[in-house]
Ligand binder design. Sequence first.
Ligand code: SF4
Length: 642
Amino acid sequence: MHGYTGKTLIIDLSSGKVTEKEMGTQSYFEYIGGLGINSKILLAEVDPSVDPLGEQNVLIFGVGPLVGTLACTANRTDVTAKSPLTGLLGTTNSGYTWGPELKFCGYDHLVVKGKSQSPVYVFIDNGEVTVLDATHLWGRDSWDTIRTIKNELRDKEISVACIGVGGEKLVKFAAIENGFYGAWGRTGLGAVMGSKNLKAVALRGRKDVTVSDPDGFLESLHEMRERIMSHPTYNPWRQFGSMLAVDIYYALGVLTGYNQKEPLGEDFIESMGRENLLKYKKKSIGCTACPICCAHWVEIEEGPYKGLKLKGIEITSTMDFGARCGIRNLAAIAKATELFQKYGIDCSTAAGSIALATELFQEGIITGKDTDGLELKWGDEPLIFELLRKIAHREGFGDLLAEGPVEMVRRIGKGSQEYLAQNRGLETNSRDPRTRWDVWSFGFLINARGGDHLRVQSPAENLRESAPEGEYFYELSPPEKVVARIDIFHDWKQEIFDFERNTVSIPHMAAWCQDLMNIVNSLGICIRPPVLHSLGPTIYSRLLTTLTGIEFSPEDVRKAGERITNIQRVFNFKAGEKREDMKYGPKFYNMPIKGRRLDKDKVDEVLDEYFRVRNWDPKTALPTAEKLRELNLGKLGSNLAS
Ligand code: SF4
């Protein structure tokens, strides 16, 4: 087999049994790899009604066929399990070296089942698997854990995925740290790892990835590289990385802050805009095989955080702790980054819990009696860092925050539900659906993992202007010559774009780009704009065919993305998510911002049209029997009927 190793490693921590399973060519053809195969395994192995922190949940690490090759940005690993935070399909993606190393160990997927009696860590050395005692690592932060494992195994080059104290304490939004500076952050899968008493997975591999048609593959790689490096977003992304978008969104007037309570003012952009990054940035750094290198090595040379050196200051942490919690100092964002990485908790939900608590405190719904005597204020750096510590250790008030915002308001009551700025259990970033309605904000409703912003992104965004207020079915299109370069099939372009009206159909584009992002996360490459906006199913089919020797047409690739969307929805339905649960947090419907709030009836009309585009039943949000048969998923239909 070329491209793929063809093997899945299964470790049962209850029985101690280690087995391997061959994955057939048909599975790769239908689900590509990475997220796609992970989703297939989850649906097959896990009863969607199980307790996410019980022994029956499984934790799946998966890399795509491009990982471990020279393909640009082919370093991503998707981790999948039932989420303890949302109760839905949990999936989270990260880069660096861990994914390629899994491939070099001889595996495409690692499935961890059961629960160890005591803390352990797994070492996979070029295909040889050892389960080692981790009692001495339990209680240590993630950086200390990684350093200790590298020393113990006497190899600084080993790639380590581990949990911090947050995962051990089953914080509902615990992350799995990916080396010192990356993380599988969203949906709380660090808690699933902690529930299995699994502290870390360390990898060292030397096996080759073979290629079916080396000349053809190299030719496709050149085209891939050329497209990425000639895309207009390439150079700005090299300089500013994700911080590029802070100023763009601010200029559009779409950012909101303080638990999405009000628009952000000039003080925000003056202190948190992208130029401020350059005060601290020493160099660009990147993941394996990436020509973009969008990340920043930063050093803080003065002030209270003097001496701090790390990879950090991204738009996500800036929005989470800057916009949402009120910090106005990028050096403090770097400090927050150090803390949430060491504790092993997701920055977005951690900030979501803190921001919600702060708003509830200011509204008098909770008081010092609830907060261990702490007076919650916006932008109070030492207080926010103390709350992060309390969350990670589930200490006092931190025990409530560690449950995440949805459970917090359920326990607090007293009308706190109205302040929830989460969608289907997850935070959006601070690009607010009330201030800009588009494919991205509609995506919060249909994203399989909950309402965040990273799984439904359009490759054709107009970032210069927004559609008129009150328009729900369309966003504005970029110029026709820009659209001409985007790899969207002709028949889809005709449904999506109307160049006379200069519009993009939100339901059609949402379906296209949701499937596209499933493809990207299944191939094992990055979703950053220079990649997402410049590539599509046509070049992906050539890369796959020349690499693996399995004949993929562009339509086969698109259909694989659609198939993944469909099985993810089936999992979520079986986990209990009904059509009526597909809605925004109450704040977005009930509390206006700049005089605007979402109209639930109009949102539901767009959702119904999206279901029609997908050939799903609008009452259940489930694929019709016809759609399942078309995707070779007919058997799922009979299961659903029963
Ligand atoms: S673009 Fe950034 S996040 Fe993506 S692979 Fe490259 S360095 Fe990693």
